[in-house]
Write a protein of this length. Structure first.
Length: 342
C-alpha cells in the first residue's frame, strides 16, 4: 500500500486518517520547537532555530511558562529545545526535568550569566540535530481526529459543519461564544485539538497557533474583504468544502497561517527600537523584516488595520503606519515595507 492509498476514501467506506506518532500519541504534525524562556534569550534562540528549518521558534512572552506543559505534551509536538540565559526565575534545566515526564524529547541549554553566544551557536545546532533524530515520528491511523470549531455563535452554518465533521468520523470540540479569538485558539490547542476551524471574527486578522494548524474562514465583513486572499476559505464556503479543507489539513496540506507564520503569542511581547508591532501575530513577520532590512533609523508601526488605539497612539508619537488592510495582503505589506526601507 502506497502513501496515496492511505488517504484514498471510497464513497461507501469510512474515512481513514493517518497521523504521526509523537510521544506515544498520534498527531497530524511533527512539530519541533525552540523555546525562549526570557527576553534575554530571545535573540540567541531565534538564531539557533534558523539553523534548521524543521524547528519553529517560540518567542518568550509572559504566559509561555504556564503554557509549556500543554505545548510539549500535545499530540502534534515531537520535541522541544528550551533556552535560558541567566536572567530567569526558573532555568531551562528545571523546566526540562519537569517536562520530560510529559515528553522525553526535551533538551535544554542554560547560558548562565549571559555566556558568550559563540558557544550557544556551536552547541545549539548540534542539539537540534540530535533532537530531530531522536524524535523522528512514524505513521499510525487516527480513529477519530479531534478538531476544534471556534465561532461566536452556533448558527445554521456552524451546525451544518459540525454535523458534516461528525459524519466523517471526526471528534468535534466546540468553542462557541468566544469573545476573544486569540484566547479561544490557545484554549483549543491546549485542549489537544489536532487542527482548528476558526470562523474568524469580523474585526480580526486570520491567525493560528504554534501547535495546531488553523483553518480561517472569512466573515464577509468590510475589514476582511480588504485582504480576503489571506484566508483559507471565503465567506461562501459550504460545510462540505470546509470538511474537505479539514481533511486536507489532516493529510499534511499547510494552512495559510502555517505558511505565513501568523500565530497568537503567549502574552505581550516587546518591540524593537524603530519598529513597533501593533499586533503580536505579526511578531515573526517583524523579526524576519528586521533581520533582512535595517529598521534602526526609522519609526515604523505595523499592524493588521484593526488596532485603532495603537495606530492613533503611534501616529501621535511620530511613527509611520503600515497595515495589512491598506496593502491587500501580508505579501502586499511586505512589498510596501521593502520599498520603503531599501
Amino acid at each position: 500500500m502506497g502513501i496515496k492509498d492511505l488517504f484514498k476514501r471510497e464513497k461507501e467506506s469510512q474515512p481513514q486518517y493517518i497521523g504521526y506518532t509523537n510521544n506515544s500519541k498520534i498527531g497530524i504534525r511533527g512539530n519541533n520547537f525552540v523555546i525562549s524562556l526570557s527576553e534575554c534569550a530571545n535573540e540567541i534562540s531565534a538564531q539557533i532555530s534558523r539553523t534548521d528549518s524543521v524547528f519553529t521558534f517560540i518567542e518568550y512572552a509572559n504566559e509561555i511558562t504556564s503554557a509549556l506543559p500543554a505545548i510539549v505534551s500535545h499530540p502534534n509536538t515531537a520535541s522541544a529545545f528550551l533556552l535560558s540565559y541567566g536572567c530567569e526565575a526558573k532555568s531551562s534545566r528545571e523546566f526540562a526535568v519537569e517536562l520530560r515526564e510529559l515528553n522525553p524529547n526535551i533538551e535544554f541549554l542554560e547560558l548562565e550569566n549571559g555566556l558568550i553566544s559563540e558557544f550557544a551557536m556551536t552547541i545549539g545546532p548540534a542539539v537540534l540535530q540530535e533532537l530531530k533524530f531522536q524524535a523522528s515520528p512514524g505513521l499510525a491511523e487516527i480513529p477519530s481526529p479531534m478538531i476544534a470549531v471556534i465561532a461566536e455563535a452556533r448558527d445554521e452554518r456552524v451546525s451544518e459543519l459540525i454535523d458534516a465533521l461528525s459524519k466523517a468520523q471526526i471528534d468535534v470540540h466546540e468553542f462557541i461564544g468566544a469573545s476573544n479569538s486569540g484566547d479561544a485558539l490557545h484554549k483549543a490547542a491546549e485542549a489537544g485539538a489536532l487542527a482548528i476551524v476558526n470562523f474568524t471574527q469580523r474585526n480580526q486578522y486570520p491567525s493560528g497557533t504554534h501547535i495546531s494548524p488553523t483553518i480561517n474562514i472569512e466573515s464577509g465583513s468590510e475589514f476582511h474583504q480588504k485582504f480576503a486572499a489571506d484566508f483559507d476559505l471565503g465567506v461562501t464556503a459550504t460545510a462540505n468544502e470546509i470538511l474537505q479543507s479539514v481533511q486536507a489539513t489532516i493529510g499534511r496540506s499547510p494552512t495559510a497561517c502555517e505558511i505565513a507564520q501568523c500565530c497568537e503569542a503567549y502574552g505581550e511581547q516587546a518591540t524593537s527600537a524603530g519598529l513597533r508591532v501593533l499586533n503580536p501575530i505579526l511578531s515573526n513577520f517583524a523579526r524576519d523584516l528586521a533581520e533582512n532590512i535595517s529598521t534602526e533609523q526609522v519609526k515604523i508601526a505595523i499592524g493588521t488595520g484593526s488596532e485603532v488605539n495603537g495606530i492613533a497612539q503611534s501616529q501621535r508619537e511620530g511613527y509611520e503606519i503600515f497595515t495589512i488592510s491598506d496593502h491587500g495582503s501580508l505579501f502586499g505589506l511586505a512589498e510596501a515595507l521593502t520599498k520603503k526601507l531599501q
